[in-house]
Design a protein around this ligand. Structure first.
Ligand SMILES: Cc1cc2nc3c(=O)[nH]c(=O)nc-3n(C[C@H](O)[C@H](O)[C@H](O)COP(=O)(O)O)c2cc1C
Length: 316
């Protein structure tokens, strides 16, 4: 049996990667019902931002319960490791995940081995995505006891590592270095790219952008059309977070302004609001960020169709 499926208790090794506001109970449940694993991102299903960790965690409890009504299959929650969670938002949410029996944490941030042990002792399955994965960090994550490592790269949508290694090579390097199972992330948008990642060691896909263009994703239609209407050579890349992250985006007003700021030496340009931009569809209000393979997505399909197609790439 495929190890990703065995560990997560799912039928097809396709994980819907967390994508903050545009994830929801409907998206996560649709993926889980199709045999993959849906993940609730930060602010998944929220209608407004919450200001304290406690308020956020209680709102997330409602979202978890809504998801449970839509699926009896496993699903996961996106959390930050301690180094990225200064204000304690993830800490409070993890407590709610324990109380509500959410089985999987999909963690990002610098590895904290003691925290991984805590999560494992609490019974969670842990998917870990170092935002800057290296062979050394993958080995450290394996030693710390994570269940599944995500090999990610500058091919991914969302905030991507400022480095030049793509998903296929990153997956090959990490798969060779560790014995635990590896999910490829970044550009896994169809069967062919899933198969390519399987050839270099991935046992499943950690898929974001393809699910933005799903029927069940609550991103605005304007957002989806903007992606579908952008040609392969027309996406632009900006640098943000003081040079820590890059973002590949459709060439909208906010992204172009950020690139201009970068040219003037500003590595902390505004990228606007995910809520007003990708969720509500105001393309003058926030970046619309995608994978390097976004232009290979030709239609808006159901999560069931997407899970089935990508799973075929991992079926030998
Ligand atoms: C719009 C968007 C928002 C994202 N937000 C998050 C996030 O909040 N947390 C996180 O861990 N990863 C986030 N990511 C990264 C994804 O979880 C995943 O690693 C990435 O989408 C995989 O690459 P792909 O888009 O090429 O499939 C985001 C990605 C996208 C496209």
């Amino acid at each position: 049996m495929n190890r990703v499926c065995e560990i997560l208790g799912i039928e097809k090794p396709v994980v819907q990667a967390p994508m903050t506001w545009i994830t929801s109970p409907e998206l996560a449940a649709a993926v889980s019902n199709a045999g993959g694993l849906g993940i609730l991102g930060f602010n998944a299903g929220f209608e407004t931002g919450k200001t304290t960790p406690e308020e956020t965690a209680e709102e997330m409890r409602k979202v978890i319960r809504r998801t449970r009504k839509l699926t009896d299959k496993p699903f996961g929650m996106n959390v930050m490791t301690s180094a990225f969670d200064g204000a304690g938002f993830s800490k409070a949410t993890i407590q709610v995940c324990k109380e509500e029996g959410v089985p999987v944490l999909a963690a990002i941030g610098t590895l904290d081995a003691a925290q991984i042990k805590e999560w494992k002792d609490a019974g969670f399955k842990v998917i870990y995505r170092d935002m800057y994965p290296t062979v050394a960090s993958a080995k450290a994550a394996e030693a710390a006891g994570v269940d599944i490592i995500v090999a990610t790269s500058c091919d991914e949508g969302g905030g991507m590592p400022v480095e030049a290694t793509g998903t296929m090579v990153k997956t090959a390097l990490i798969s060779e270095a560790v014995d635990i199972t590896v999910l490829a992330a970044g550009g896994i948008v169809n069967e062919a790219l899933a198969k390519a990642s399987a050839c270099v060691g991935a046992e499943g896909g950690y898929v974001g952008t393809r699910f933005v263009l799903s029927k069940e994703c609550r991103a605005a239609q304007t957002t989806k059309d903007d992606i579908l209407n952008t040609g392969a050579d027309d996406f632009i890349v900006l640098t943000e977070a003081g040079g820590y992250l890059k973002w590949r985006c459709t060439p909208n007003k906010v992204a172009k302004a950020a690139v201009e700021e970068n040219a003037k030496g500003n590595l902390q340009p505004s990228i606007g609001s995910f809520f007003a931009g990708m969720l509500k569809g105001d393309m003058d209000a926030g970046i619309n960020t995608v994978s390097s393979a976004a232009s290979l997505i030709r239609s808006i399909d159901s999560c069931g169709e997407i899970v089935n197609e990508i799973a075929r790439g991992y079926s030998n």
